[in-house]
Design a protein around this ligand. Structure first.
Ligand code: DCP
Ligand code: MG
Length: 352
């Protein structure tokens, strides 16, 4: 048995973008609990609380081993009183009563189900709940008017909920890649999002497309979408032959770059998958690549670091030096980290 004085506290830097965090998580029970509270806060429009729980979870994800004793947490950043109470509860009792009661609450369950519909955010879900709608059947029966995205989201709810595998992501990459090549032969396509960070599943597939010649990317997105749509709607048989095992149908362009697609597995079963396409001019490519690789918290922390520590504004388009009043160019992620005075963190270690 160790007493507190023999416990060595962990130590990590304050910003997630200063930490290397792989997918290996020694504190999954604790981080799952804090993530659930973060999700509940976000779904309840309490973003500040949500971020606080996300930051606390990210600190625990970055630890080299499992937390067994509260005293190991002394001096760690981002662990507020609320998060510490939850951690203490779990270390002492195996569970946190707050997490358990949140998980079981009718409101949380309804918010999860309703915002799980593509095109439905927390505000819409909240309005529906106030009108007595708590599940998909009640929504269908309610006669609520749904926009095009929401109609598709409801229709393909089960498919879209099911995680996308890396194999599916790669198959879709092949198909979108062929589409890109035929509308713009020199254009480049990169898989971003969670898959670029080494995840084996995702809730969608994120792609970034650019063209080596500045300006030639203009108009690429509509061409790409209509190529994919026409291929599938007019030449269903051909597409089946072209893509033999797996193929895809861009079935609607919902917003700027969020698409919903169908792929066919060997079974020839159609399945809806979310695909996010982003087109970036080459001059902004490094910023877009960094901005769309994630994780979401890593991105948030990069922007916070830039603003608070460096007097700069970072987005997925550019880096601006507020004091000098000028944009800072970069042609690689490495250069952006260097401009920010940060050690380069490769994508697979950005899993904050
Ligand atoms: N992104 C962001 N802020 C947002 C939305 C997205 O910074 N509000 C960036 C970071 C994300 C990336 O875009 O990692 C892709 O968004 P996803 O929601 O697809 O996130 P992931 O790909 O990381 O998760 P998943 O594996 O579940 O798809
Ligand atoms: Mg993704």
């Amino acid at each position: 048995l160790m007493n507190d004085s023999e416990v060595t506290p962990f130590s990590v830097p304050g910003y997630a973008c200063q930490r290397r965090c792989t997918l290996e998580n020694h504190n999954a029970v604790l981080t799952d609990a804090l993530s659930l509270l973060a999700e509940n806060a976000e779904l309840s429009d309490e973003d500040g609380r949500g971020v606080a729980f996300r930051r606390a979870a990210a600190v625990l994800k970055a630890l080299p081993s499992a937390v067994t004793n509260m005293s190991q947490l002394t001096g760690l950043p981002c662990l507020g009183g609320h998060s510490l109470r939850v951690i203490k509860d779990i270390l002492e009792n195996g569970t946190s009563s707050e997490v358990e009661s949140t998980k079981e609450s009718e409101r949380f369950k309804a918010l999860k189900v309703l915002t799980g519909i593509f095109g439905v955010g927390s505000k819409t879900a909240d309005r529906w709940i106030r009108e007595g709608i708590h599940n998909l059947q009640q929504l269908r029966d309610s006669g609520q008017t749904l926009n095009r995205a929401q109609q598709a989201g409801l229709e393909h709810y089960d498919d879209i909920k099911q995680p996308v595998s890396l194999a599916e992501a790669e198959a879709i990459r092949g198909i979108v890649g062929r589409a890109v090549a035929s509308v713009s032969p020199e254009a480049q396509i990169v898989l971003t999002g969670g898959f670029r960070r080494g995840k084996l599943t995702g809730h969608d597939v994120d792609f970034l497309i650019t063209h080596p010649e500045e300006g030639s990317e203009v108009g690429l997105m509509p061409k790409l979408v209509s190529w994919l749509e026409s291929r599938v709607s007019c030449h269903l048989q051909n597409v089946l032959l072209i893509c033999d095992v797996i193929f895809l149908l861009m079935f609607a362009l919902f917003c700027r770059f969020s698409l919903c697609c169908f792929i066919d597995k060997q079974t020839r079963r159609w399945r809806a998958v979310r695909v996010d396409l982003v087109v970036s001019p080459i001059s902004q490519f490094a910023f877009a690549l960094l901005g769309w690789t994630g994780s979401k918290l890593f991105e948030r922390e990069l922007r916070r670091w830039a603003g608070h520590e460096k007097g700069m504004s970072l987005s997925s388009h550019a880096l601006y030096d507020n004091k000098q009043g000028r944009y800072i160019r970069a042609s690689s992620e490495e250069e952006i980290f260097a401009h920010l005075g940060l050690e380069f963190i490769p994508p697979n270690e950005r899993n904050a």
